[in-house]
Structures are given as structure tokens and as C-alpha cells.
Design a protein around this ligand. Sequence first.
Ligand code: 1OR
Ligand code: 1OR
Length: 328
Amino acid sequence: MGPFVSPLPPALAPVINRFTRRASVCAEAYNPDEEEDDMESRVIHPKTDDQRNRLQEACKDILLFKNLDPEQMSQVLDAMFEKLIEGGEHVIDQGDDGDNFYVIDRGTYDIYVKCDGVGRCVGTYDNRGSFGELALMYNTPRAATIIATSPGAVWGLDRLTFRRIIVKNNAKKRRMYENFIESLPFLKSLEVSERLKVVDVIGTKVYSDGEQIIAQGDMADCFFIVESGEVRITMKRKSKQDAEENGAVEIARCFRGQYFGELALVTNKPRAASAFALGTVKCLVMDVQAFERLLGPCMEIMKRNIANYEEQLVALFGTNMDIADPSA
Ligand code: 1OR
Ligand code: 1OR
């Protein structure tokens, strides 16, 4: 017996076609394993020694590259190309299709997002970081406009190479971290789909015993979740003289499933304390833009915890040191 075929009324055919076409776009986003992986699809942009050195330096801290194996990383570096940027140039326009992912080599950039048709500056990049991953990961229009506020340069990675390597690797990351992220109490206000987006943008960093993860007083650009090991948080009194007299005091320890480094991102102030690895420590790391974009719904829980820090500070040092007061 042949397959059962239900005849479609002609008027419905275009609707169904449109529906199936949409469905296949979704499938593309979630089945990166099926994309071609042959040598012919490899893109290579030759580079001078100087370019290669600058590229390696710029990519060193890019979180999306952290979970790649050495072969994948070298394919990514081969495929990247330098693009010089003029002051005022729009590197990305909100609403466009995604062509490349960009890693900043140098220069400063403003992030604009339209709200009721009006563009609002929601953040900046200062000589480091990356942008343009969202349209390539999720097959969506560009979610923001990126405008250079100085002359600069970026490294581009074409859409196909990005999908073939980074998106494919993200499928693996989801398998590795989905359950862990799902289990974190401070992320419980997020929808399941939002938690998966957290997994997509995090990178893993490993620290060896005694290594400094955060330095008190530094400017902040990322947020940490402990995956394994133990992190020691220490604090110096505010004035230099006090610091010399009292040294740094241990104020907390963080273990698997706990977070740190949120305070400076929430208050827009320098790091309030230092963090050190005790033994080998593995952290999941998120950049400040992803933190602001994805963790809004978890802010209540984090802010309650910050109020806790202030109480403890008063108990320990007799002052809250203005840690959470953005005007101080
Ligand atoms: P893309 O491919 O959509 C624009 O192209 C890029 O801007 C985007 O990827 C991100 O890499 C980057 N919301 C959306 N995109 C952002 C944001 C952002 N910040 C940087 N990009 N928000 C700002 C968070 C500081 C949320 C605004 C509501
Ligand atoms: P950050 O971005 O300022 C240092 O970088 C991090 O140490 C900070 O975010 C917090 O995530 C973390 N007071 C201030 N920061 C703390 C504290 C803390 N504990 C952990 N961090 N207190 C400890 C309360 C048990 C109060 C000080 C006595």
C-alpha cells in the first residue's frame, strides 16, 4: 500500500509552504550538527605576523571561543579578517541580516537599541570584547546598532564559519551545562528558553591554585558562576593607609553553584573585593552585555544579596563603604 496522502485544498497550499519554510529555519538553528563539515567550506584569510599577534591578543578573552578545541580555534583564527573602522561608522545596524561576528581589536563603540522607534544608547565597548553573535546564533535580525565613537579596527568572522564551528559547539555546551544552569536557585526567575541562552553565551575559565580572578578596584566587565572548586573573596579597607595597616581580610567563600562579580556590574563601580582560586577552580563567565541583556529577571534576588553584603560590612568594618551607592 502506498503512503496516505491527504490532498490539500489549493487555497491552503501557500500557507503550508510558508509554514514549512519557517519550520526549516528553526530546525537550522537547533540542528547545527547537521551542517557540512568538509574541508571545502574552510575560509582562510592570510595574515601578516603583526596581524596574527594582534588577532590572538584580541581573541584571548573572547568567551564564545573558550570552549573550542585547538583545531576549531585555529580554523576560527584562519577565517577571521581585519576590518578598519572610521569614527562614526555603523559597524552593525539594528534590523539588518547578520553577516559577520566581530571581535574588537581597538576603538570604542556605542550600543544603540531602538525603543518605540527612538535609538537609545544602552552600553559601550572600550577596546575589547565582541558583538554580533545573536543574529548568527538564532537567525534573527540584528538586535542593536553598533556605532564607532573613535577610529578603530575589528576582526570579522563570516556567518558560515561561525555557524559551522561556534553554533555547533554551542550544541555541545548545552548538553554539558543545561542541567547545572537549570539547578541554580538565583536563575529561577528565568524561563527555560532564557536559561538556554545563558548557556549559549557563557565561556568556561579555569584558574589554578592561588590565581587572582578579580582585583579589588579594577573596572569590571564580567560575571562569574563557580562550576567547581572554591573561591576566596577578600577585601581591603578603602584608604591606602588602612590597607597597609590591616591587609586584606577574607570576607566570603564561594562554592559550586554560587556567583560572584555581580556587584560592580549592578552598581557601575569598580570591583568591591578581590577573588582568588583555592585549588583549581572552574568558572562559567558571562560578559557585562549578556549579564544586562539576560539576567534582568534575576536582579531582585541579587539585590537582596547585596543588601546582605552591606549589613556584613557594617558588622565587620563599621561602615558599608558605599559599595552599593552609585553616586559615591
Ligand atoms: P546581533 O547579531 O543582534 C547586534 O547584532 C549586537 O549587539 C548583538 O548581536 C549583540 O552582540 C550586541 N541587546 C542586544 N544586543 C546587544 C546588546 C543588547 N548589547 C550588545 N549587543 N542589550 C544591551 C546590554 C548592555 C540589551 C538592551 C535592551
Ligand atoms: P564585585 O563585582 O564587586 C568582587 O567583585 C565580588 O566579591 C563582588 O562583586 C561580590 O560578588 C563578591 N561584600 C562585597 N562583595 C562581596 C561580598 C561582600 N561577598 C562576596 N562578594 N561581603 C560578604 C558578605 C558575606 C560583605 C563584606 C563584609
